[in-house]
Design a protein around this ligand. Structure first.
Ligand code: 4AD
Ligand code: MG
Length: 428
């Protein structure tokens, strides 16, 4: 019977009177004395099924979230979702679902405890469909623009983004290795043959603070480009983000609507995005009464305040040396700042990309590693890249989960990924 099943979406597009079968899960159930209404959901949507007579008795055995197969004929019903309903002729309960643990609204914590079941919800399904579009669009963009996709190790020996958030792992030989914070250094090694490379992979940060936008395991989309500087890489970033947003608008109107996401701010996200300097950002924040001084890094609060001023994403360029990792190249015209840029998303979302130009001279890099209190020996192979055919280059890392959070309009990053890993949670 399952073999000839059609999806709910296909069925709703069929003519009245068609005889069809559908398989899926019981989404809603209403029992009247003479009949039973059931909403059956599958990956494409929901369909209303009405059961009368004997077949209603069978249907009463199915609980919410049971898996079922129903055959019947299609009729018009303006009150049903999609304007049609299936009049059931036969029914089969495939897998029962006694006492499904989510029946009404629960706290975020509870829903995280039963995440393996909550991902069936229409909200989570909508987010996951948007996320699917985002990943697809990232790959498409890079492949259309001549980038090679590469894969980098997850076990690494040294920090990229500072020691504070490293996750140590005991390796096979008992030595300590770390889970990667960023594939950047490996991407830098790969530009000497492939020139333009990207990867989409997990990155790990032992983030100690609980925030709405930090995961301990997040998906990182990183790119690195030989011969490019800050300006060129900023242009890649805005084109990429514009492309991703456009693809979501093309493919996920239904999901955005279900999530209650306002479309207009997304429609505005076409390049060029705004560009301001770190100095200007400080001025804006001071004007807004934020207690901050030149040299301070921005946290989520400062970024939210800052983006209030902008109706599409904004690049903040040239951060001070000491708030950016050691590999950032200092501005040759003004050595206290770096050739760096963060992209901040509008509507309070804040940083979604970090990137910029890298130091390409050996002495400059060794000096800076020392100035940052690090040991050049830990970065031996990375220094080699400056010994053999070094070129100017730049790159960036986009947090995919944060990007999904923004595009889908979510108020917490845990809802942007099916099985979030946070400071307090690695289950289920
Ligand atoms: O700004 P970050 O730390 O930059 C880097 O890691 C560079 N090495 C990337 C590169 O140039 N190749 O991280 C990049 C982005 C951030 O802008 C943010 O979107 C995301 O990664 N991110 C996180 N997302 C979720 N949870 C966390 N704990 C994150 N940390 C960074
Ligand atoms: Mg950053």
């Amino acid at each position: 019977m399952e073999e000839c099943c059609k999806s709910t979406k296909e069925i709703l597009a069929m003519d009245e009177g068609s005889n069809v079968s559908v398989r899926g899960w019981v989404y809603r159930f209403r029992d009247f004395r003479d009949k039973v209404f059931m909403l059956v959901r599958d990956s494409t949507g929901v369909i209303q099924v009405v059961f009368r007579d004997d077949v209603a008795g069978e249907a009463r055995k199915a609980d919410i979230e049971a898996s079922v197969v129903v055959s019947g004929s299609l009729r018009r019903d303006p009150r049903a979702p999609g304007g049609k309903e299936l009049e059931a002729k036969s029914f089969r309960l495939v897998g029962e679902a006694k006492n499904f643990p989510i029946t009404k609204d629960y706290s975020r914590e509870y829903l995280l405890d039963v995440r393996h079941l909550w991902i069936r919800s229409r909200r989570m399904t909508a987010v996951l469909k948007i996320r699917h579009t985002v990943f697809g669009a990232l790959h498409e963009y890079f492949r259309k623009h001549g980038y090679y996709e590469v894969q980098c190790p997850m076990f690494v020996k040294a920090a990229v983004e500072g020691g504070a958030t490293l996750f140590p792992v005991k390796y096979v030989d008992e030595s300590t290795v770390y889970l990667t914070q960023s594939s950047q250094f490996y991407l830098e090694a790969l530009i000497y043959s492939l020139e333009k490379v990207y990867t989409i992979a997990p990155s790990f940060r032992a983030e100690k603070s609980r925030t709405r936008r930090h995961l301990t395991e997040f998906w990182h989309c990183e790119a690195e480009v030989a011969w490019a500087g800050l300006e060129e890489i900023i242009r890649v970033e805005e084109e990429l983000v514009g492309y991703v947003v456009q693809k979501v608008l093309e493919n996920n109107q239904e999901e955005l609507k279900l999530l209650g996401r306002r479309i207009e701010p997304l429609e505005r996200c076409k390049p060029p995005f705004y560009r301001i300097s770190y100095d200007e950002a400080i001025e804006i924040l001071e004007r807004k009464g934020v207690n901050i001084k030149w040299g301070d890094d921005f946290g989520a609060d400062e970024e939210s305040k800052l983006v209030e001023e902008f109706d599409k994403p904004v690049f903040v360029c040239r951060y001070p040396e000491k708030v950016k990792a050691f590999y950032h190249k200092n501005d040759p015209l003004r050595s206290e700042v770096t050739l760096s840029a963060d992209l901040l998303a509008p509507e309070g979302y804040g940083e979604i990309i970090g990137g910029g130009e890298r130091i390409d001279k050996l002495e400059e890099l060794v000096d800076k590693i020392k100035r940052f209190g690090l040991n050049p020996e830990d970065y031996e192979w990375y220094l080699d890249l400056r010994r053999y055919g070094s070129v100017r280059h730049a790159g960036f890392g986009l947090g995919v989960d944060r990007t999904v959070m923004w595009i889908a309009g979510l108020d917490h990053i845990v809802d942007a990924i099916p099985f979030p890993r946070t400071i307090r949670r690695a289950y289920p």
